[in-house]
Design a protein around this ligand. Structure first.
Ligand code: ADP
Length: 554
């Protein structure tokens, strides 16, 4: 697909220079364009900032009809349209927020003899709900003026993905209605199973797949234990490494965003918060101040980011646990789009895992963007979506708990990509460590912990089980008479960190299940451990050994 003798090659190159001002193509851009211009269905996996927009905007410009683009986010659409109009490329969008008469006008234009638009952007819910739109598309199709259909952020189709959106599922109708129109699905994040799901749900036929490495060599990754001093740590980190530079701090809840922003202001940073409870005008004004460098730190929920095109973001800090590795990778991807060195620091505490888990199962987690009409927080999920969310979250915990393997390696494995940790060149915390590593057989510790959960009748938290294991004689232990258990104190010679790592490993492997218990009056969340009998029996009956790798200081 990299050939330069397609009938459209000359026009393509000329317009890339003249209209878009680019001197050349970036990796895979020419290939994707040639494949879609040849009439194929195409699936593109390209990291954020890779230049996906050009792969459909340039074809739209040199084809005779209209390109339909489905994009989840109105603010992103507006941003794109602004750029297109600046380049004199006629483009329009339809969204439920617009006046009906305005929408009618655009639709009328579409069905008039000469459509004046090269690109028409819509949100997915428009496709699902607007018969008027479908009728006009049929009209264009019949007149052979529907060139191509583009699905941006295509991973939103998949329930396996980290950002599932129900409206995306109705997009399968497009291939049924317009079987001869090439579809172009674009995403910056998709694992193998998400890709399969997208291909199926959209009905892509014999689709050609382009993917490129998700490694971002200019980003430095680290995970830092989150303590009570977390805000001081963040302040120091920024002052030491990125004084007066631009950064994003991702927080779990709206309240966290406000608290973190206030604290940073007290420390003298130009910081503001951004989240879904703010009205659209407020959000737009924050985005504007940010792009003009009037503020340099945004404390935000994941609602901030998709489509934010600031090239010089020097750091992305996660104040709490992201809900999936895909989400994390995408959020970090907003740093260093200009190719300069940038930092990605994640503050991790196991108690955040319990909080996120609770928020996921109660639907109080913000989505990563706002499509018009999309609810501001997700509905309470159940069944497969909840299961997927929990699994994604556990993988994230496992990533944070890992103090040994290269961070890039761990992320890229998740995307099905091979990566030699030596190529990290000490640009992640684990590769920077100077300790040697030892593999340790922790089977007996694991057995004891599982036995303890059982003998405490599966009614207690991880912290409590660890206390009993290490022989605590505190009041609650005595009151529950757990000081009389056979395994009380069995781990008194095991280092605390070691026992808790084994316990978390058991949760990650789902040998122990962590059940989030109802929050109390003050909204705090607790959890209790249960034994997954099916998975635990091999361990308890001695058929399974558990090895963990521990750093050993030199
Ligand atoms: P993505 O959607 O993959 O995150 P964009 O399409 O927004 O990326 O492109 C990111 C930036 O790269 C934009 O500022 C765009 O103008 C620029 N860009 C895209 N293609 C090229 C190219 N061939 N040469 C130079 N700059 C490009």
């Amino acid at each position: 697909w990299s050939k330069k003798d397609f009938p459209w090659t000359k026009k393509l190159e000329a317009n890339n220079k003249k209209v878009f001002g680019n001197h050349s193509f970036r990796p895979n851009q020419r290939e994707v364009i040639n494949a879609t211009m040849s009439g194929n269905d195409v699936f593109v996996l390209m990291p954020t900032g890779g230049g996906k927009s050009l792969t459909y905007q340039l074809p739209a410009l040199i084809c005779k009809g209209v390109t339909l683009v489905i994009s989840p986010l109105v603010s992103l659409i507006q941003d794109q349209i602004m750029h297109l109009l600046q380049a004199n490329i006629p483009a329009a969008y339809l969204s439920s927020n617009m006046e009906w008469t305005e929408q009618q006008e655009i639709l009328r234009d579409l069905c008039s003899g000469h459509c004046s638009y090269k690109l028409l952007y819509v949100t997915p819910e428009k496709v699902a709900k607007s018969d008027a739109l479908l009728r006009q598309l049929e009209n264009l199709y019949a007149r052979e003026l529907l060139d191509r259909i583009v699905i941006d952020e295509a991973h939103c189709v998949s329930q396996w993905g980290h950002d599932f959106r129900p409206d995306y599922q109705s997009l399968g109708i497009l291939k049924q209605k317009f079987p001869n129109i090439p579809l172009l699905a674009l995403t910056a994040t998709a694992t193998a199973s998400v890709k399969e799901d997208v291909v199926q749900a959209l009905g892509l036929v014999d689709c050609i797949i382009f993917r490129q490495s998700f490694n971002r060599p200019n980003l430095r990754f680290s995970v830092i234990p989150k303590t009570k001093k977390c805000m001081e740590d963040i302040d120091k980190f920024i002052k030491d490494n990125h004084y007066d530079e631009c950064g994003i701090i991702y927080c779990l809840s709206r309240m966290d965003c406000e608290k973190v922003a206030k604290k940073l202001q007290e420390y003298g940073h130009k910081a503001v918060f951004y989240h879904g409870s703010m009205d659209p005008d407020e959000r737009a004004s924050v985005q504007k101040m940010w792009s003009k460098d009037e503020i340099n730190i945004i404390c935000a929920t994941v609602a901030f980011g998709m489509g934010i095109n600031k090239p010089d973001v020097r750091f992305v800090i996660h104040h709490s646990l992201p809900k999936s590795i895909e989400g994390y990778h995408q959020e970090c991807g907003r740093a260093g789009r200009d190719g300069q060195h940038s930092s990605c620091v994640l503050y991790y505490s196991y108690s955040d895992y319990i909080r996120v888990k609770h928020m996921l199962s109660h639907g109080s987690m913000e989505q990563s963007s706002f499509a018009s009409g999309y609810p501001r927080s997700t509905p309470s999920y159940s069944g497969r979506v909840l299961e997927t969310n929990t699994e994604n979250l556990l993988r994230m915990v496992s990533y944070c708990e890992n103090e040994v393997d290269c961070r890039r390696f761990l992320q890229l494995v998740h995307f099905g990509e091979k990566f030699d940790p030596l190529s990290c060149n000490k640009t992640c915390d684990n590769c920077l460590k100077t300790h040697t590593l030892v593999d340790k057989d922790v089977t007996q510790i694991a057995q004891h912990l599982v036995e303890l959960v059982k003998s405490a009748r599966q009614e207690f938290s991880a912290t409590y089980i660890l206390e009993v294991y290490r022989g605590s004689m505190n009041q609650i232990v005595k009151k529950n008479q757990h000081d009389t258990l056979k395994l009380h104190g069995a781990g008194k010679n095991v280092a605390k960190g070691e026992a808790s790592r084994v316990l978390r490993h058991l949760v990650i492997e789902e040998i122990l299940l962590e059940e989030v218990k109802k929050s109390d009056l003050y909204g705090s969340v607790s959890s209790i451990l249960k034994v997954n009998e099916k998975k635990a029996c091999d361990l308890l009956e001695g058929r399974q050994t558990i090895m963990l790798r521990f750093p050993c200081a030199v």
